[in-house]
Design a protein around this ligand. Structure first.
Ligand code: DX5
Ligand code: ZN
Length: 215
């Protein structure tokens, strides 16, 4: 059973309450919230006030994915906004170990995201400290992109590292997840499936979420 994390980047922002009602009624356990700064990635999405508003609309886990430079500057703000999982990019974090500790000190689960070109081997020295590793299976910045096939091998390598180290960290896949690749991802070791386009552009989002969860 996978944890399904619908990505609100693909939601209808004019009807956010209805979108929340829909996801709240579904079997998805997490909300995936993508924060982009136009610097780390070539796009700008939404930020702290929107996340604080979504906090009031759901009891589900708010899984906040920061695609921003200098994420350490905003840890307190995202904790106050109600984030439960806070994920920073390894490529944007000069002092990653310190950032992980700070996220946990603020009462949140600590996640690290890796771009498609970044080797999972770079996590060897922090894997026991992590609650989540987010493997980007597209280049971050936009929804609706094509899944990068190399990701399966990265999931297997990361799973082996987690088992070897005794870490309890979850593996999340973000980008291009569909009903066609979900099972192959969970078979490889994925625990959390982010899905933007696949859920929000679906004719029947609740059924799509149900099927992703069974993957
Ligand atoms: C991409 C974001 C993803 C995105 C996924 O930069 O991190 O969370 O919303 O969208 P889909 O599932 O449509 O590829
Ligand atoms: Zn994301």
């Amino acid at each position: 059973m996978a944890i399904v994390a619908p990505s609100f980047l693909s939601a209808n922002f004019l009807q956010l309450q209805e979108e929340c009602d829909k996801i709240n009624a579904s079997e998805a356990e997490w909300y995936h919230l993508d924060v982009m700064d136009g610097s780390f990635v070539p796009n700008i999405s939404f930020g702290i006030p929107v996340i604080a508003a979504l906090r009031k609309a759901t009891k589900k886990v708010l899984d906040v994915h920061l695609m921003i430079v200098e994420p350490e500057k905003y840890i307190t703000a995202f904790a106050d906004a109600g984030a439960n999982v806070l994920t920073v990019h390894l490529e944007a974090s000069v002092h990653l170990h310190r950032i992980i500790q700070q996220i946990k000190q603020h009462g949140m689960k600590a996640g690290v995201a890796l771009n498609p070109h970044t080797s999972v081997s770079l996590l060897q020295d922090v894997i026991v400290d992590l609650d989540l590793v987010c493997l980007m299976s597209v280049n971050p910045g936009f929804g609706g992109q094509k899944f990068i096939e190399r990701t399966y091998q990265k999931v297997r390598d990361l799973k082996a590292m987690i088992i070897d180290s005794g870490s309890h960290c979850l593996i999340e896949i973000d980008g291009g997840v569909t009903l066609g690749n979900a099972k192959k991802l969970t078979d490889a070791g994925a625990d959390v499936l982010v899905a933007g386009n696949t859920v929000f552009a679906s004719q029947d989002p609740l059924e799509t979420i149900r099927l992703l969860r069974l993957a």
